[in-house]
Write a protein that binds this ligand. Sequence first.
Ligand SMILES: *Cc1c(COP(=O)(O)O)cnc(C)c1O
Length: 395
Amino acid sequence: MNYEEMDKTYVLQTYGRNYVNFKHGLNATLFDDLGHDYIDFTAGIGVVSVGHGNQRLADAISEQAHNIIHTSNLYLIEPQAKLAKKINDLVGFEVGVFFGNSGAEANEGAIKLARKYGEKKFANKKYKVLTLEHSFHGRTITTVKATGQDSFHKSAFAPYPEGFSYTKAIADLYAAIDDETVAVMLELVQGEGGVKAFAKEEIQALAKFLKEKEILLIIDEVQSGVFRSGEFLATSLYDIEPDIITLAKGLAGGVPIGAVITKHKDIFEAGDHGSTFGGNFLATRAGLEVLDILDSYKQSGMLDEALIYFDQKLKALSVSFPSLFESVEGLGLMRGIRCVNAETLANVIKKAFENGVLVLKAGKNTLRFLPPLTISQEEIDEGFKRLEGACKTLC
Ligand SMILES: *Cc1c(COP(=O)(O)O)cnc(C)c1O
């Protein structure tokens, strides 16, 4: 039995998988078992923020694994305390942090926090959470319901929890708010929905309105956070101070982690929320190293250089193939190219793979790029060269 057969026999087939067998990686380059190399413009869907085979991260994880991997949240966890402080320092206003293991779990925690706020704060409990169409907030029963895409709300998984609804645009949120609305949750740049960045003025006006009404603003930065936007949080680019921010993907460079970050530090009490694995020694030590690496990378100016360079290459590719591409989207190293249609997108992704470059799909027709933040100019050059070759075969 080969590995593909083994996978198909024993792993539940919930993914449409490509059966390439990657053996090792170096920064933004992956190598398979047949000796082929691939430029990785996906970073494991925005997770491998400091690149593959990162020496500093590997050493930190290894050293931590030799000492303690896990003790439980019943005892002090030094790297957890340090990571929470580091996040607080990077956020720029005072926050507390709860650690979980994934993006969905972080959003789930954010929703619990919002509902408790809604009970504590108001005489008549508020509990409804509004989200947006084309959003993506996770795959648990609650976060899938919070996800504003009907295709995710399969009848097979019903019934879903109450108290979630979504609107088409930010402008429609105002009318949808009622006496029971406790929070609005959104991504500043919709990732899975098609790499759509919202306008700053629109977000700022909403934040101001919600603050006046004492309704919480939850920003899902599971994908846009941890320097992917060019700043630690995309929230800083929009110059807002949300009540709750969630992080996950890039935070520990591939070790599972999620974080609920909030300025409402007095809502959760002991026993209100928890996680067996959340914030353990291994994950938070990895998170600390990742933030140290990326913080100095940003300070040195190298992150800004990378995203400017990537932007130039992306725009050049998009205008070179008007029969395939319509526009360039996104910000930082969270980018997209809108394709003329879904079929073109599928063809580009397939040809790109054959040409040794990994790219992603978002929404119906967006070619998505989430490279490691540490990607080198040489890797960017090589990736776009391969992508251009792939596009030429489609014209
Ligand atoms: C990936 C993603 C999630 C879900 O994260 P998981 O770790 O897969 O649970 C939630 N929100 C956004 C914006 C995401 O990009």
